[in-house]
Design a binder for this molecule. Structure first.
Ligand SMILES: [Zn+2]
Length: 312
């Protein structure tokens, strides 16, 4: 049995060592002062900025400090260049009881630029039995795809889950954007980009039939309908203020939790006029309580016609 003092000592050592473990995993051969900060050069010819070694992924201190990490909302969002979703399935839209204000157009960080000016060929929402978590824009392989807002590249590599070559940017406004099916990346993780900067070339990689850009906007891993934020005809944001609330995550139908919509084999039912939870449960050989559990609703919730509810 370890004494309390020993445990505290081990914890303290762990706290001191863990942040620097990246530094020790490869041999540091030199450091270089650059205008972007101190650069660390490793023996295997890779490099990183000193500030990136301990970067915690928080791009918006206001949002994280006053909204996300407050006692009512326990959303997580780590900084991981190997996982396209970083919240570890924890972020549940039903925790979102208040409306969160964020700015999607300000001259300091977040001027918006359309990622690609092309015809929208598929919208967010229900499609072929599952949720389409983004919007598809037609392009020709090799066309330049641009950062929608300024931010920091979190992920830039081939994704085996269907996205193909994927770039994920974490933005100063608190959102993340996904750019999928690219033929090539033009950026690397931890790179700062400004709105409109080229980040990749359009393509047809991953689960894609024909060259197009699959573009997603996510709030703490939960997909939002890009058309609730962006006018794809005018190529500008609908409003400089974005009010994020629980209802926004349901407009596309399907599951309201972060990932099940994209990756699970959940079965959904579209509510029709006259439907009740009891009738839907009977028809799908399940129970009302199970439906409530799957959809984060109560037995007394009024069902909106056209809404997709998860039945399995
Ligand atoms: Zn798509």
């Amino acid at each position: 049995m370890l004494s309390k003092k020993t445990v505290m000592r081990i914890l303290l050592i762990a706290i001191l060592i863990i942040p620097f473990s990246n530094l020790f995993s490869q041999k540091v051969i030199d450091t270089l002062e650059t205008e972007d900060g101190t650069m660390i050069l490793y023996s295997n010819r890779t490099w990183t900025y000193l500030e990136d070694v301990n970067f915690d992924g928080v791009m918006n201190e206001y949002l994280y400090g006053q909204v996300i990490s407050d006692t009512s909302l326990h959303y997580t969002q780590t900084w991981d260049k190997d996982l396209c979703y970083t919240s570890d399935l924890q972020n549940d839209v039903n925790e979102l009881k208040d409306t969160i204000w964020m700015c999607v157009q300000d001259s300091i960080h977040d001027n918006f630029v359309i990622p690609f000016d092309g015809v929208v060929t598929s919208r967010f929402g229900w499609r072929r039995g599952k949720n389409h978590n983004g919007i598809d824009i037609d392009l020709v392989t090799g066309d330049t795809v641009r950062a929608a807002w300024s931010g920091k590249i979190r992920y830039a590599k081939y994704n085996t889950g269907g996205f193909g070559n994927l770039v994920v940017i974490r933005h100063f406004n608190g959102l993340e954007t996904f750019y999928a099916h690219l033929s090539n990346h033009l950026v690397v993780p931890n790179q700062i980009v400004i709105a409109g900067e080229p980040i990749g070339l359009g393509g047809n990689t991953g689960h894609s039939r024909g060259s197009h850009l699959h573009f997603e906007v996510r709030f703490y891993d939960m997909p939002l309908n890009p058309e609730r934020i962006i006018d794809f005809k005018k190529n500008e944001v609908l409003d400089e203020n974005l009010l994020v609330h629980r209802g926004m995550f349901r407009s596309g139908g399907g599951s309201s939790t972060a990932h099940s919509s994209g990756s699970s084999n959940g079965k959904y039912y579209r509510v029709r006029s006259g439907d009740t939870l009891g009738a839907i449960a009977r028809r799908n050989r399940t129970s009302v309580s199970r439906l409530c559990q799957l959809n984060g609703i109560r037995p007394t919730t009024v069902l909106q016609i056209g809404r997709n509810i998860r039945v399995r």
